[in-house]
Design a binder for this molecule. Sequence first.
Ligand code: PAF
Length: 281
Amino acid sequence: MPDRVVGSRAQFLAARAELGADADVGAVLTMGALHEGHDALMRAARKASDVVVATVFVNPAQFGPSEDLARYPRPLAEDLRRCRTAGVDLVWTPTVADVYPSSPQIGIDPGPLGAELEGASRPAHFAGVLLIVAKFLSLLAPRRVYFGEKDYQQLTLVRAMVNDLDLPVDVVAVPTVREADGLARSSRNVYLDPAERAAAPVLAAALQAGQQAAVAGATRKQVVATANAVLATSAHVDVDYLELRGADLGREPGPGPARLLVAARVGRTRLIDNVAVELTA
Ligand code: PAF
């Protein structure tokens, strides 16, 4: 176990009050089913903070009606072991009623970007994410909060919210952690059957090919075509989008830092991934 695991809202608030308002807290917000990607967030928080607080909460507000809320993996004992190994001091595992004691009247509008990329097929997703992130930032009062680059659109929208609402927290981005064959670590990888698991690294391979094409001086169109050609080699992968955007996810990346993003269904599982791309053309 980490130093302390608390369940109810009252227990959490008491534990947070004991730390003191000025405590140097680093926060890691999770939905559990922790893996090496979360380990990297927790370790980064541990390195920079006096106190590390993590949450484990599967947030219903960010799931659409036909999504995997009910079957989302919830291996709590294993999650707590990982938190301890990473040096987390306090873990909050609230229920839905602890987090949403009353049904929210006020929402956070993720703006136009919230309806693009992931938002195009998951219309209420980012409003649900921003609401829970805002609530946890308010309750945990951390100096720093850690997000993985794997969910790059989420990271971008959280940064925008923190900036637009002047929230007193630093958003720290942590690079994507990958399996040996390139597949980005994700809690949803457990859904993949062996044939799907064997096919899934094509997403990372496509992104890497696009990235390398950019290094070699490819135009935006050529970068996208190169990545698409790699995706087309797999019959198991049903591509939702492959897009080259600005580093801020703007639609017209110029020369300089950009982001290549992909979402695809592999069997019934929807996977996302992205890489940084340096455009010279
Ligand atoms: O990235 C996640 O796991 C979730 O979207 C988050 C940030 C914990 C909010 O529920």
